[in-house]
Design a protein around this ligand. Structure first.
Ligand SMILES: Nc1nc2c(ncn2[C@@H]2O[C@H](COP(=O)(O)OP(=O)(O)OP(=O)(O)O)[C@@H](O)[C@H]2O)c(=O)[nH]1
Length: 377
């Protein structure tokens, strides 16, 4: 037997075997990478769908802070929004969102505040976290990140704000990294932000009284049903106040319709100033207002009503055409305790409003500028 041939063919066999082994390993790596990429793609698609599907500002912000952070495995996510005329903060107040609900949502007064090292934020900036540059953007986070991506949110050439992503991994965001993904994400978020803000504003307009800027009757009636339902589930008491300006016809007669309008606006403002964010105030029509106090006992409702009455009676109103005017208000209160919160929600709401209205008429009958409580309370 030709040994060299045999050993040669063995060598050949080993070499082929090794090559096959290497190719197999490479294929395996490619497969792992393909699965990994597919996984990333799936996560991004899930994120896109959640962001695009957001129906409200609250929902969108939650997806940015929770879904985005989870799916992209980020350690810190904050969002800075340019709020030049305080419009956004007013909108949040109307939506009953207070600053504690979204601590990672930041407001800046102008685009200049989002400049990085004196350069306008036009493109994503990736790299190491630097305290003097990035601290403001990550101030609410428990831990400061190690690498960051500051991504402008631009819509129709206007900077809406910045999405600020942080990671404890130094290599997660480096200055020479491609930014296609983050730019795509930022354009989706910018479009969604613009959409939800516009839609919240439209809803707000349709539920707001144009003269006084408080809610209108439609909103209060809708809200009342929701609040009665919630009070029933969570077993607390709610109170309803019916408020009516005294002798408003005389105010109109003496100071003209414009003077009357000034009084309506100022009354709404003074009532609102005495309420909590969770309470609801609405103009029901003419010179009538309704207030809904959640999780409020009979005694507390009485206290708030007295405070409102005093805030109106104690200080004369100045009118836009000049001159002053004394104004008083009468208030009727009805409360709905947990043990009486039964039956159809519609009729419970009607009954609560009716009882507050009857108490108001008692207040009118008994001299005005006073607070009366429903008899059966
Ligand atoms: N300026 C102004 N007046 C309004 C508006 N809506 C209703 N009014 C007027 O509000 C007045 C309400 O008068 P009344 O219902 O007689 O009640 P009142 O004079 O307040 O008397 P009491 O409620 O019994 O104390 C009417 O003169 C309405 O024209 C409004 O949007 N602006």
């Amino acid at each position: 037997m030709d040994k060299s041939l045999t050993s040669g063919s063995n060598h050949l066999g080993d070499a082929t075997h090794n090559e096959v082994h290497i190719v197999r390993a490479q294929l395996q790596d490619l497969l792992v990478e393909a699965r990994h990429n597919q996984d990333i793609l799936n996560r991004h698609q899930t994120l896109d769908l959640q962001l695009i599907g957001s129906h409200s500002f609250r929902e969108l912000i939650q997806h940015i802070f929770v879904t985005l952070a989870e799916l992209c495995e980020l350690d810190q996510v904050t969002l800075s929004l340019v709020n030049s005329q305080h419009n956004l903060q007013d909108m949040l107040a109307d939506l009953k969102i207070d600053s504690t609900e979204f601590p990672f949502l930041l407001f800046v007064q102008s685009e200049t505040e989002l400049q990085i090292e004196a350069r306008p934020l036009k493109k994503p900036v990736l790299g190491n976290y630097e305290t003097d540059v990035h601290q403001i953007l990550f101030a609410p986070c428990f831990e400061q990140p190690i690498s960051v991506a500051i991504i402008p949110l631009i819509r129709q050439s206007k900077l809406l704000g910045s999405l600020n992503l942080g990671s404890m991994d130094a290599e997660r965001f480096s200055f020479d990294m491609g930014t296609d993904f983050v730019e795509r994400l930022a354009s989706i978020i910018a479009i969604c932000l613009e959409n939800v803000i516009n839609s919240e504003r439209l809803t707000q307009i349709s539920l707001t009284d144009a003269l006084t800027n408080v809610s209108n009757r439609r909103y209060v009636e809708q809200r009342m049903l929701e609040e009665i339902g919630r009070a029933r589930r969570q077993h607390y008491c709610i109170a309803c106040m019916y408020l009516d300006i005294d002798h408003f016809k005389n105010i109109n007669d003496q100071h003209g319709h414009q003077g009357g309008d000034d009084v309506l606006r100022e009354v709404a403002k003074r009532i609102k100033a005495e309420l909590r964010l969770s309470d609801t105030i609405g103009r029901f029509g003419g010179e009538e207002f309704v207030v809904l106090l959640v999780n409020t006992s009979h005694a507390n409702a009485l206290m708030v009503a007295e405070r409102i009455r005093n805030s109106i009676a104690d200080k004369p109103f100045s009118l836009s055409m000049g001159g002053m005017c004394d104004v008083t208000i009468s208030i009727g209160i009805a409360t709905l305790s947990d043990d009486h919160n039964l039956g159809e929600i519609d009729s419970t709401a009607n009954d609560l409003l009716l009882r507050a209205d009857r108490a108001l008429y008692q207040a009118k009958d008994q001299g005005r500028n006073c607070v009366r409580v429903a008899i059966d309370d």
